[in-house]
Design a protein around this ligand. Structure first.
Ligand code: GLY
Length: 398
Protein backbone atom coordinates (compact mmCIF):
# COMPACT_ATOMS: atom_id res chain seq x y z
CA UNK A 1 0.00 0.00 0.00
CA UNK A 2 1.42 3.34 -0.97
CA UNK A 3 1.78 6.10 1.52
CA UNK A 4 1.33 9.43 -0.12
CA UNK A 5 0.16 11.21 2.97
CA UNK A 6 3.66 12.52 3.63
CA UNK A 7 3.84 13.95 0.14
CA UNK A 8 0.46 15.61 0.52
CA UNK A 9 1.42 17.05 3.88
CA UNK A 10 4.76 18.29 2.52
CA UNK A 11 3.22 19.91 -0.52
CA UNK A 12 0.43 21.32 1.57
CA UNK A 13 2.86 22.88 4.02
CA UNK A 14 4.79 24.45 1.18
CA UNK A 15 1.64 26.03 -0.17
CA UNK A 16 0.65 27.31 3.27
CA UNK A 17 4.06 28.93 3.69
CA UNK A 18 3.74 30.40 0.23
CA UNK A 19 0.35 31.93 1.01
CA UNK A 20 1.08 33.16 4.50
CA UNK A 21 4.54 34.54 3.83
CA UNK A 22 3.73 35.93 0.41
CA UNK A 23 7.42 36.07 -0.42
CA UNK A 24 7.88 32.81 -2.26
CA UNK A 25 5.79 33.91 -5.20
CA UNK A 26 7.06 32.47 -8.43
CA UNK A 27 8.94 29.65 -6.80
CA UNK A 28 8.28 25.95 -6.99
CA UNK A 29 5.17 26.12 -4.83
CA UNK A 30 3.46 28.26 -7.44
CA UNK A 31 4.20 26.04 -10.38
CA UNK A 32 2.06 22.96 -10.18
CA UNK A 33 0.09 23.02 -13.41
CA UNK A 34 -0.61 19.30 -13.41
CA UNK A 35 -2.43 17.89 -10.43
CA UNK A 36 -0.31 16.67 -7.56
CA UNK A 37 -2.01 13.34 -7.96
CA UNK A 38 -0.47 12.90 -11.39
CA UNK A 39 3.02 13.32 -10.01
CA UNK A 40 2.18 10.91 -7.19
CA UNK A 41 0.99 8.34 -9.72
CA UNK A 42 4.25 8.69 -11.62
CA UNK A 43 6.24 8.22 -8.38
CA UNK A 44 4.16 5.12 -7.63
CA UNK A 45 5.02 3.68 -11.05
CA UNK A 46 8.71 3.82 -10.12
CA UNK A 47 8.09 2.30 -6.70
CA UNK A 48 6.05 -0.59 -8.05
CA UNK A 49 8.37 -1.47 -10.90
CA UNK A 50 9.47 -5.09 -10.56
CA UNK A 51 12.92 -5.61 -9.04
CA UNK A 52 15.45 -7.03 -11.49
CA UNK A 53 19.12 -7.26 -10.56
CA UNK A 54 20.10 -7.53 -14.23
CA UNK A 55 17.71 -5.07 -15.82
CA UNK A 56 17.67 -1.39 -14.83
CA UNK A 57 14.95 0.66 -16.53
CA UNK A 58 16.69 3.11 -18.86
CA UNK A 59 14.05 4.38 -21.28
CA UNK A 60 10.67 3.68 -22.77
CA UNK A 61 10.38 2.84 -26.44
CA UNK A 62 7.33 4.56 -27.78
CA UNK A 63 6.33 2.55 -30.83
CA UNK A 64 6.04 -0.72 -28.91
CA UNK A 65 5.55 0.74 -25.40
CA UNK A 66 8.34 -1.34 -23.86
CA UNK A 67 10.77 -0.54 -21.06
CA UNK A 68 14.35 -0.70 -22.33
CA UNK A 69 16.34 -2.45 -19.58
CA UNK A 70 20.10 -2.39 -19.20
CA UNK A 71 22.64 -4.24 -17.02
CA UNK A 72 24.54 -2.49 -14.23
CA UNK A 73 27.52 -1.83 -16.51
CA UNK A 74 25.44 0.62 -18.56
CA UNK A 75 26.26 4.25 -17.75
CA UNK A 76 22.64 4.92 -16.75
CA UNK A 77 22.16 2.10 -14.20
CA UNK A 78 22.56 4.31 -11.11
CA UNK A 79 19.84 6.77 -12.02
CA UNK A 80 16.84 4.56 -11.28
CA UNK A 81 17.95 3.87 -7.68
CA UNK A 82 18.85 7.57 -7.48
CA UNK A 83 15.33 8.52 -8.50
CA UNK A 84 13.89 6.43 -5.68
CA UNK A 85 16.27 7.97 -3.10
CA UNK A 86 15.28 11.43 -4.27
CA UNK A 87 11.56 10.71 -4.22
CA UNK A 88 12.06 9.50 -0.65
CA UNK A 89 13.64 12.85 0.17
CA UNK A 90 10.78 14.72 -1.52
CA UNK A 91 7.98 12.73 0.06
CA UNK A 92 9.31 11.25 3.29
CA UNK A 93 7.67 7.95 2.35
CA UNK A 94 9.98 5.21 3.60
CA UNK A 95 8.70 2.74 0.98
CA UNK A 96 10.80 4.64 -1.54
CA UNK A 97 13.88 4.43 0.66
CA UNK A 98 13.51 0.67 1.10
CA UNK A 99 13.07 0.14 -2.62
CA UNK A 100 15.99 2.45 -3.40
CA UNK A 101 18.27 0.37 -1.17
CA UNK A 102 17.31 -2.82 -3.01
CA UNK A 103 18.00 -1.36 -6.47
CA UNK A 104 21.20 0.27 -5.23
CA UNK A 105 22.62 -3.09 -4.13
CA UNK A 106 22.41 -4.32 -7.73
CA UNK A 107 24.95 -1.64 -8.80
CA UNK A 108 27.68 -2.71 -6.35
CA UNK A 109 29.66 -4.91 -8.73
CA UNK A 110 30.45 -1.85 -10.85
CA UNK A 111 32.91 -0.65 -8.20
CA UNK A 112 35.65 -2.74 -9.85
CA UNK A 113 34.74 -1.99 -13.47
CA UNK A 114 37.73 -0.06 -14.80
CA UNK A 115 36.63 -0.10 -18.45
CA UNK A 116 34.70 3.14 -18.21
CA UNK A 117 34.79 6.65 -16.80
CA UNK A 118 31.06 6.43 -15.98
CA UNK A 119 31.68 5.36 -12.39
CA UNK A 120 30.27 8.61 -11.04
CA UNK A 121 27.07 8.33 -13.02
CA UNK A 122 26.59 4.74 -11.90
CA UNK A 123 27.82 4.74 -8.33
CA UNK A 124 27.39 8.32 -7.16
CA UNK A 125 23.78 8.49 -8.39
CA UNK A 126 22.95 5.31 -6.49
CA UNK A 127 25.28 4.76 -3.51
CA UNK A 128 26.08 8.46 -3.29
CA UNK A 129 22.41 9.40 -3.01
CA UNK A 130 21.93 6.54 -0.57
CA UNK A 131 24.86 7.69 1.54
CA UNK A 132 23.39 11.19 1.81
CA UNK A 133 20.24 9.63 3.29
CA UNK A 134 21.63 6.77 5.41
CA UNK A 135 25.27 7.64 6.21
CA UNK A 136 25.85 3.89 5.89
CA UNK A 137 29.49 2.81 6.45
CA UNK A 138 29.01 0.05 3.87
CA UNK A 139 27.95 2.62 1.25
CA UNK A 140 30.93 4.79 2.16
CA UNK A 141 33.31 1.87 1.58
CA UNK A 142 31.75 1.19 -1.82
CA UNK A 143 32.08 4.86 -2.79
CA UNK A 144 35.78 4.81 -1.89
CA UNK A 145 36.42 1.54 -3.73
CA UNK A 146 34.70 3.02 -6.80
CA UNK A 147 36.78 6.21 -6.61
CA UNK A 148 39.95 4.10 -6.46
CA UNK A 149 38.90 2.29 -9.63
CA UNK A 150 38.01 5.54 -11.44
CA UNK A 151 41.37 7.08 -10.45
CA UNK A 152 43.19 4.33 -12.38
CA UNK A 153 41.95 5.92 -15.61
CA UNK A 154 43.82 9.16 -14.90
CA UNK A 155 46.85 9.90 -17.08
CA UNK A 156 49.30 12.44 -15.67
CA UNK A 157 50.76 13.36 -19.07
CA UNK A 158 47.36 14.29 -20.49
CA UNK A 159 46.11 15.61 -17.16
CA UNK A 160 42.77 13.86 -17.59
CA UNK A 161 40.74 10.75 -16.93
CA UNK A 162 40.28 8.73 -20.08
CA UNK A 163 36.61 8.60 -21.02
CA UNK A 164 36.12 5.85 -23.57
CA UNK A 165 37.97 2.72 -24.65
CA UNK A 166 36.00 2.12 -27.86
CA UNK A 167 36.97 3.55 -31.28
CA UNK A 168 40.62 2.90 -30.35
CA UNK A 169 41.53 2.91 -34.04
CA UNK A 170 40.35 6.55 -34.29
CA UNK A 171 40.98 8.10 -30.87
CA UNK A 172 44.18 7.78 -28.84
CA UNK A 173 42.91 9.24 -25.56
CA UNK A 174 39.31 10.51 -25.79
CA UNK A 175 37.93 12.81 -23.12
CA UNK A 176 34.31 13.90 -23.30
CA UNK A 177 32.76 16.90 -21.58
CA UNK A 178 30.31 14.54 -19.82
CA UNK A 179 33.27 13.29 -17.78
CA UNK A 180 33.14 16.44 -15.63
CA UNK A 181 30.18 14.88 -13.82
CA UNK A 182 32.22 11.88 -12.68
CA UNK A 183 34.51 14.19 -10.70
CA UNK A 184 31.88 14.52 -7.99
CA UNK A 185 32.68 10.98 -6.85
CA UNK A 186 36.37 11.87 -6.59
CA UNK A 187 35.83 15.13 -4.71
CA UNK A 188 33.51 13.34 -2.33
CA UNK A 189 35.99 10.46 -1.86
CA UNK A 190 38.57 12.90 -0.52
CA UNK A 191 36.03 14.35 1.88
CA UNK A 192 35.09 10.86 3.08
CA UNK A 193 38.62 9.48 3.36
CA UNK A 194 40.85 12.50 3.98
CA UNK A 195 43.07 11.28 1.13
CA UNK A 196 43.77 14.22 -1.21
CA UNK A 197 44.66 12.04 -4.19
CA UNK A 198 41.08 11.96 -5.49
CA UNK A 199 40.59 15.71 -5.12
CA UNK A 200 43.89 16.39 -6.90
CA UNK A 201 42.97 14.19 -9.85
CA UNK A 202 39.59 15.89 -10.13
CA UNK A 203 41.23 19.33 -10.12
CA UNK A 204 43.77 18.30 -12.78
CA UNK A 205 41.01 16.94 -14.96
CA UNK A 206 38.86 20.06 -14.54
CA UNK A 207 41.84 22.33 -15.35
CA UNK A 208 42.70 20.39 -18.51
CA UNK A 209 39.06 20.45 -19.59
CA UNK A 210 38.86 24.18 -18.93
CA UNK A 211 41.95 24.83 -20.98
CA UNK A 212 41.02 22.79 -24.05
CA UNK A 213 37.35 21.97 -24.27
CA UNK A 214 35.74 25.41 -24.68
CA UNK A 215 35.14 27.65 -27.65
CA UNK A 216 35.42 31.43 -27.52
CA UNK A 217 31.63 31.86 -27.46
CA UNK A 218 31.35 29.83 -24.22
CA UNK A 219 30.11 26.58 -25.76
CA UNK A 220 31.93 23.28 -25.46
CA UNK A 221 33.07 20.61 -27.84
CA UNK A 222 31.97 17.09 -27.03
CA UNK A 223 35.05 14.90 -27.57
CA UNK A 224 38.70 15.89 -27.32
CA UNK A 225 41.29 13.41 -28.43
CA UNK A 226 44.73 13.73 -26.79
CA UNK A 227 48.16 12.50 -27.78
CA UNK A 228 49.17 10.12 -24.99
CA UNK A 229 52.87 10.80 -25.43
CA UNK A 230 52.86 14.59 -25.53
CA UNK A 231 49.50 15.45 -23.96
CA UNK A 232 48.69 17.66 -26.96
CA UNK A 233 45.17 17.90 -28.40
CA UNK A 234 44.88 15.76 -31.55
CA UNK A 235 41.27 16.56 -32.46
CA UNK A 236 38.12 18.35 -31.32
CA UNK A 237 35.07 16.47 -32.57
CA UNK A 238 31.60 15.28 -31.67
CA UNK A 239 30.14 11.86 -31.12
CA UNK A 240 26.56 12.71 -30.26
CA UNK A 241 26.10 16.18 -31.74
CA UNK A 242 24.94 17.02 -35.25
CA UNK A 243 28.44 18.05 -36.35
CA UNK A 244 31.88 18.57 -34.82
CA UNK A 245 31.42 22.27 -34.09
CA UNK A 246 27.77 22.18 -33.11
CA UNK A 247 26.16 23.05 -29.79
CA UNK A 248 25.04 19.62 -28.56
CA UNK A 249 22.67 20.56 -25.77
CA UNK A 250 23.43 17.83 -23.26
CA UNK A 251 27.14 18.51 -23.62
CA UNK A 252 26.55 22.13 -22.63
CA UNK A 253 24.46 20.86 -19.72
CA UNK A 254 27.23 18.59 -18.44
CA UNK A 255 29.69 21.49 -18.66
CA UNK A 256 27.48 23.90 -16.71
CA UNK A 257 26.61 21.33 -14.08
CA UNK A 258 30.13 19.92 -13.85
CA UNK A 259 31.91 23.23 -13.35
CA UNK A 260 29.31 24.47 -10.86
CA UNK A 261 29.91 21.27 -8.89
CA UNK A 262 33.71 21.70 -9.18
CA UNK A 263 33.35 25.18 -7.67
CA UNK A 264 31.36 23.67 -4.77
CA UNK A 265 34.31 21.48 -3.78
CA UNK A 266 37.17 23.91 -4.50
CA UNK A 267 35.92 27.50 -4.10
CA UNK A 268 38.02 28.20 -7.20
CA UNK A 269 36.44 31.19 -8.91
CA UNK A 270 37.69 30.20 -12.34
CA UNK A 271 35.32 27.23 -12.28
CA UNK A 272 32.45 29.50 -11.31
CA UNK A 273 33.27 31.84 -14.21
CA UNK A 274 33.46 28.86 -16.56
CA UNK A 275 30.01 27.63 -15.51
CA UNK A 276 28.55 31.14 -15.81
CA UNK A 277 29.99 31.73 -19.29
CA UNK A 278 28.54 28.50 -20.69
CA UNK A 279 25.23 29.03 -18.90
CA UNK A 280 24.93 32.59 -20.22
CA UNK A 281 25.74 31.45 -23.74
CA UNK A 282 23.22 28.63 -23.61
CA UNK A 283 20.17 30.01 -21.82
CA UNK A 284 20.24 33.22 -23.88
CA UNK A 285 20.93 31.43 -27.18
CA UNK A 286 18.75 32.64 -30.06
CA UNK A 287 17.63 29.07 -30.74
CA UNK A 288 16.55 28.42 -27.14
CA UNK A 289 12.74 28.01 -27.12
CA UNK A 290 10.62 30.24 -24.88
CA UNK A 291 9.70 27.39 -22.53
CA UNK A 292 13.35 26.63 -21.69
CA UNK A 293 13.47 23.10 -23.15
CA UNK A 294 16.28 23.13 -25.75
CA UNK A 295 16.35 21.35 -29.06
CA UNK A 296 18.76 18.44 -28.73
CA UNK A 297 21.35 20.34 -30.76
CA UNK A 298 21.11 24.12 -31.16
CA UNK A 299 22.96 24.03 -34.48
CA UNK A 300 20.71 21.50 -36.14
CA UNK A 301 19.71 22.82 -39.57
CA UNK A 302 16.14 21.52 -39.20
CA UNK A 303 15.20 23.51 -36.08
CA UNK A 304 12.29 23.89 -35.21
CA UNK A 305 11.38 20.53 -36.70
CA UNK A 306 13.59 18.45 -34.43
CA UNK A 307 13.13 16.95 -30.98
CA UNK A 308 13.72 18.74 -27.72
CA UNK A 309 15.90 17.30 -24.96
CA UNK A 310 14.24 17.31 -21.55
CA UNK A 311 17.33 15.73 -20.00
CA UNK A 312 19.51 18.69 -21.03
CA UNK A 313 16.92 21.11 -19.63
CA UNK A 314 16.78 19.26 -16.32
CA UNK A 315 20.57 18.96 -15.94
CA UNK A 316 20.91 22.71 -16.50
CA UNK A 317 17.92 23.60 -14.31
CA UNK A 318 19.47 21.69 -11.43
CA UNK A 319 22.87 23.31 -11.97
CA UNK A 320 21.39 26.78 -12.17
CA UNK A 321 19.71 26.54 -8.79
CA UNK A 322 23.16 25.85 -7.37
CA UNK A 323 24.75 28.57 -9.51
CA UNK A 324 22.10 31.00 -8.27
CA UNK A 325 23.10 30.14 -4.70
CA UNK A 326 26.71 31.15 -5.46
CA UNK A 327 26.02 34.22 -7.61
CA UNK A 328 22.58 35.57 -6.70
CA UNK A 329 21.92 36.06 -10.43
CA UNK A 330 18.14 35.84 -10.62
CA UNK A 331 18.18 34.82 -14.32
CA UNK A 332 19.57 31.44 -13.23
CA UNK A 333 16.79 30.78 -10.75
CA UNK A 334 14.23 32.06 -13.24
CA UNK A 335 15.42 29.58 -15.85
CA UNK A 336 15.21 26.69 -13.38
CA UNK A 337 11.71 27.66 -12.31
CA UNK A 338 10.59 28.03 -15.90
CA UNK A 339 11.90 24.57 -16.78
CA UNK A 340 10.15 22.99 -13.80
CA UNK A 341 6.94 24.78 -14.70
CA UNK A 342 7.17 23.54 -18.28
CA UNK A 343 8.03 19.99 -17.27
CA UNK A 344 5.11 19.81 -14.88
CA UNK A 345 2.72 20.51 -17.73
CA UNK A 346 0.82 17.78 -19.52
CA UNK A 347 3.02 18.21 -22.60
CA UNK A 348 5.95 16.70 -20.74
CA UNK A 349 4.81 14.71 -17.72
CA UNK A 350 3.59 11.22 -18.56
CA UNK A 351 -0.09 10.64 -18.12
CA UNK A 352 -1.47 8.66 -15.21
CA UNK A 353 -2.39 5.67 -17.31
CA UNK A 354 1.12 5.07 -18.71
CA UNK A 355 2.33 1.83 -17.16
CA UNK A 356 6.02 2.66 -17.16
CA UNK A 357 8.56 3.57 -14.45
CA UNK A 358 9.30 7.06 -15.72
CA UNK A 359 8.08 10.57 -15.00
CA UNK A 360 8.88 12.76 -18.00
CA UNK A 361 8.66 12.37 -21.74
CA UNK A 362 10.78 13.96 -24.51
CA UNK A 363 14.40 13.34 -23.65
CA UNK A 364 16.85 12.79 -26.46
CA UNK A 365 19.40 10.00 -26.10
CA UNK A 366 22.06 9.33 -28.67
CA UNK A 367 22.07 10.56 -32.25
CA UNK A 368 25.17 8.48 -33.10
CA UNK A 369 23.18 5.31 -32.46
CA UNK A 370 19.81 6.79 -33.51
CA UNK A 371 18.71 5.66 -30.05
CA UNK A 372 16.09 7.14 -27.69
CA UNK A 373 15.19 10.06 -29.87
CA UNK A 374 12.30 11.74 -28.01
CA UNK A 375 11.48 9.27 -25.24
CA UNK A 376 11.17 9.06 -21.46
CA UNK A 377 14.77 8.49 -20.25
CA UNK A 378 15.82 7.75 -16.69
CA UNK A 379 18.39 10.53 -16.35
CA UNK A 380 15.85 13.18 -17.42
CA UNK A 381 13.84 12.15 -14.36
CA UNK A 382 16.92 12.10 -12.11
CA UNK A 383 17.91 15.71 -12.76
CA UNK A 384 14.27 16.85 -12.66
CA UNK A 385 13.91 15.39 -9.16
CA UNK A 386 17.26 16.93 -8.16
CA UNK A 387 15.97 20.30 -9.37
CA UNK A 388 12.81 19.94 -7.29
CA UNK A 389 14.88 19.17 -4.20
CA UNK A 390 17.21 22.10 -4.81
CA UNK A 391 14.34 24.51 -5.41
CA UNK A 392 12.74 23.35 -2.19
CA UNK A 393 15.94 24.19 -0.32
CA UNK A 394 16.14 27.63 -1.92
CA UNK A 395 12.57 28.28 -0.85
CA UNK A 396 13.37 27.40 2.72
CA UNK A 397 16.27 29.86 2.66
CA UNK A 398 14.26 32.80 1.37
N1 GLY B 1 27.56 10.03 -21.96
C1 GLY B 1 26.41 10.56 -21.42
C2 GLY B 1 25.45 11.16 -22.37
O1 GLY B 1 25.07 10.56 -23.34
O2 GLY B 1 25.05 12.27 -22.15
Amino acid sequence: MLKFSCLLVALGLLCVSCNSEGKTKGLVTDIEPVSKTQLEVRYAALLNYELDSLGFPRSFTKPDLKVRKVPSKDWTSGFFPGNLWQIYKLTGDTNFMERAAKWTAFVEKEKYNNHTHDMGFKVFSSFGEGYKVTKSEAYKTILLESAQTLATRFDAKVGSIRSWDFNADIWEFPVIIDNMMNLELLFEATQLSGDSIYHNIAVEHANTTMKNHFRKDGSTWHVLDYDKTTGAVRARVTHQGVHDNSVWSRGQAWAINGFTMAYRYTNDLKYLERAKATANFFIHHEKMPEDGIPYWDLDHPEIPNISRDVSAAAIIASALVELYNYTNVSAYLDYSKKVVQTLKSSDYILSKDMDTPFILDHSFGDWSKRLEMDEPIVYGDYYFLQTLLRLKEVEQDL
